[in-house]
Design a protein around this ligand. Structure first.
Ligand code: SF4
Length: 364
């Protein structure tokens, strides 16, 4: 259905009427928000003092090299069929010279790797090939991880296992704000994550950091309403948590999905690519579900890598993910690094800021 921009124009007019005398930096945490903002061209129509900064909401971009290297190594054993969301296949790692650098390269060398778009496809594949081990490389945030938990809780074929690289969004934002490195004045919180985990999860931003925050959906109307809210809060000096996606997001979120997550998984410390270990920001299988952990089920040797946990040389993806640089401030943007020949993960994923900016027509 085509979006009606009438309400969005109203929000834009109201934003234009705000007395914004000084620059205000607003981070949109979600990669989907970045895509909508860029596709709608909102940066070009906002007052010059309002700066929109993309944040850490791209799960492919923050998937650590070691997890990707494990997936490649496991697939290269030839003993399994590895399935993953399509974006992951082209993400490069810092492999040693001559070594396989991505799942796509492993597939070209004969590994059985298949892209999927939903967990049910992994279940169907395993069910139709009971003699063949199928490994689901499950990288993603809460919105992806909750369906993985539901999949396991509902029962899966014994030949299906999971290579989990799941992350919680808010701890990375918390760490960024606690570091004091982020020159941010307000945040827009991710609508889909909030739909699962609850809008109230983002209340720590005004409470602990005294910054405005609003949960937004993906339409121009919802994004501009959230932007207007945080700008008003900033001008009033009274930050609070606003929910501008109330049609989908409840304060407490989806309790059934949260219960399944808690039943199947436990929260752990986790490494984020280019960022480092973020306390209590990852998931691991718990209890009886550990038997579906591919790392416990299969033996494989880690791939040699040049610099564990970091970005390729010259790639500023870590700074882009943390909102410290805009994509076009990377010297490789559009020169050595393009969607056809990506150097870093931010240029691969549909939710990566570099890829989104390039597709949106921003040239260095
Ligand atoms: Fe990394 Fe490419 Fe983005 Fe630069 S343009 S930060 S190399 S992904």
């Amino acid at each position: 259905m085509k979006e009606d921009f009438t309400a969005a124009k109203g929000w834009l007019e109201r934003i234009g009427e705000l007395p914004i005398a000084h620059p205000v930096a607003v981070m949109n945490v979600c990669g989907g928000h970045e895509r909508s903002l860029t596709q709608l061209g909102l940066r070009g129509v906002l007052p010059p003092n309002v700066k929109l900064i993309s944040g850490p909401g791209c799960p492919v971009c923050v998937c650590p090299e070691e997890d990707l290297a494990d997936a490649i190594a496991l697939a290269l054993t030839g003993d399994v069929t590895l399935v993953a969301f399509g974006d992951m296949l082209r993400v490069p790692i810092n492999a040693a010279k001559g070594e396989v650098r991505s799942l796509a390269e492993a597939r070209a060398k004969g590994a059985d790797i298949r892209p999927i778009s939903a967990p049910q496809e992994a279940v169907a594949l395993a069910a139709s090939n009971p003699a063949r081990p199928v490994v689901f490389f499950a990288a993603g945030f809460e919105t992806t991880t909750a369906p993985v938990a539901a999949m396991l809780a509902q029962g899966v074929p014994e030949n299906l296992s999971v290579l989990l690289a799941a992350r919680l969004t808010w701890p990375a934002v918390d760490m960024l704000l606690a570091s004091g490195d982020a020159a941010l004045d307000a945040l827009i919180a991710p609508g889909h994550v909030a739909a699962v985990m609850g809008a109230s999860e983002w209340g720590f931003i005004p409470e602990r950091y005294h910054l405005p925050v609003a949960v937004a959906g993906f339409s121009a109307n919802s994004l501009l309403a959230a932007l207007y809210s945080v700008l008003r809060q900033k001008l009033a000096g009274k930050p609070f948590l606003d929910n501008c996606y109330a049609e989908l997001v409840a304060p407490e979120g989806n309790l059934r999905a949260q219960a399944l997550l808690a039943e199947v998984m436990e929260v752990t410390d986790a490494n984020w690519r280019g960022i480092g270990v973020v306390p209590r920001s990852g998931f691991a299988l718990r209890g009886e579900w550990k038997r579906f952990d591919a790392r416990a089920r299969f033996e494989f040797s880690a791939l040699p890598r040049r610099r564990a946990g970091e970005m390729p040389p010259g790639c500023d993806c870590a700074a882009v993910v943390l909102g410290k640089k805009q994509p076009d401030q990377c010297r490789l943007y559009g020169t050595a690094c393009t969607p056809q020949n990506p150097v870093g993960p931010c240029m691969v994923s549909d939710e990566g800021a570099c890829h989104i900016w390039w597709q949106g027509g921003t040239r260095a």
